[in-house]
Write a protein that binds this ligand. Structure first.
Ligand SMILES: [Mg+2]
Length: 394
């Protein structure tokens, strides 16, 4: 079997409520859907997060074409190394989501050709469904409490909230509302996206500890591992590395520095599903658990990760997903919307490959929305950047 064509389609799908983080706001997410065609008629589906932008993803995909067309989609290790080394794309991060989409589509082709769901190609079902958190949008305290109550009502056990706002008193009020709304048994995870200096991080996290946090994610710069270790030694909440933990190489450095209790791993930021499995193996060897990170994804990328996570024991915490924020999706019954989740868990698709199909009507609708209104879906909000444009904020 040979790859004959790559076909990329950017789509913009709205959120129910705006996503707000330490440095911006967006009202939906943009992904690039990828269809990889073969000479035997099997078409594999992939998805790249629009990271750092759609233009970069599309440019990388164009650059990959001569390295990918004519190759065997079963020879995935060889194909990724051909891209990395022959194509000199091995400087991961900005080029990684596009490479990950090609790799994901190849796995879909392999699964479809074999008549097997991906989970069976990655070790088989260690679990039948994958737990995800409920992403509570950082609105007013009342809105946070309402969303948190909705999360608990829908059976989610873990709520995630962005902190790192310009005024830490807003963070404390929101986390208090999060606990009030979610109830005493919910697990609460907060993510500062590197907004704090080490001293401020220790001070704010100690204040937040009374709300019994499950994890605190990337409180300080991910580029300063000794500072993460400094904070970790002074707080009573496990520290989750995210911006410090994009690739396997980063994860190894975090482990060596004793800088985190839990590692995040992101197949989009480290070239694909095989590397997601490898990241979990690195963490397992260090006695650590791992959490799937998401740059923002639709049902295609979510399904791909769910297959690997279901086959990998040490994904022990609720994973990142955007289903609770998304108003819709591009797949046929998988992805966006809290109704996908049963008690906060995503079932592993049974069908061959990724086990999902694109819904042509939705793809058309959201590719049209990308063409007409993509600016509104990028991370940007001058008002959200009023106080601090630099790291750390405080
Ligand atoms: Mg994060």
């Amino acid at each position: 079997m040979r790859i004959t064509k790559l076909h990329a389609t950017p789509v913009a799908v709205p959120f129910r409520v705006d996503e707000v983080w330490a440095f911006g706001r967006r009202r939906g997410l943009i992904s690039v859907l990828l269809e990889v065609e073969t000479d035997e008629g099997i078409v594999g589906i992939g998805e790249a997060a629009a990271y750092p932008s759609v233009d970069v993803v599309l440019a990388v995909l164009r650059g990959l074409e001569p390295l990918v067309i004519g190759e065997d989609p079963f020879a995935i290790e060889r194909l990724v190394r051909r891209i990395d080394l022959v194509g000199t794309w091995h400087h991961v991060r900005a080029s990684s989501p596009a490479i990950a989409a090609v790799e994901m589509a190849c796995w879909d082709i392999v699964g479809k050709a074999c008549g097997q769901p991906l989970v069976n190609l990655f070790g088989g079902r260690f679990r039948d469904d994958v737990e995800c958190f409920y992403y509570v949008a950082a609105g007013t305290p009342d809105a946070v409490a309402t969303e948190a109550a909705s999360a608990t009502k829908h059976g989610f056990t873990t709520c995630y909230l962005k902190v790192g706002s310009d005024d830490p008193r807003n963070d404390i009020a929101r986390v208090e509302a999060l606990r009030d709304g979610a109830g005493p048994d919910a697990k609460l995870r907060v993510d500062a996206n590197e907004a704090w200096s080490p001293g401020e991080a220790v001070r704010i996290i100690r204040e937040l500890q009374r709300f019994h946090l499950e994890l605190v994610e990337q409180p300080v710069s991910g580029r300063a591992l000794p500072e993460m270790a400094y904070v970790r030694e002074r707080i009573d909440v496990p520290l989750l590395a995210n911006e410090a933990s994009w690739t396997r190489h980063d994860q190894l450095a975090v482990i060596r520095a004793g800088a985190a209790d839990v590692l995040s791993a992101d197949n989009q930021m480290d070239g694909g599903l095989l590397n997601l499995k490898r990241s979990a193996g690195i963490a397992e060897a260090a006695g650590l658990t791992v959490v799937k990170h998401s740059l923002g994804e639709l049902g295609v990328a979510l399904a791909a990760a769910v297959h690997v996570i279901a086959a990998t024991p040490n994904f022990r915490y609720a994973n990142q997903a955007y289903g609770s924020l998304l108003a819709d999706d591009v797949t046929d019954g998988f992805g966006g919307g809290a109704e996908l989740y049963v008690d906060g868990r995503v079932p592993v698709p049974d069908g061959p490959g990724l086990g999902i199909r694109l819904d042509p009507d939705r793809v058309n609708r959201y590719s049209e929305l990308y063409r007409t209104d993509s600016g509104a879906f990028a991370f940007s909000d001058p008002a959200a950047l009023s106080a601090a444009h630099a790291l750390p904020k405080l």
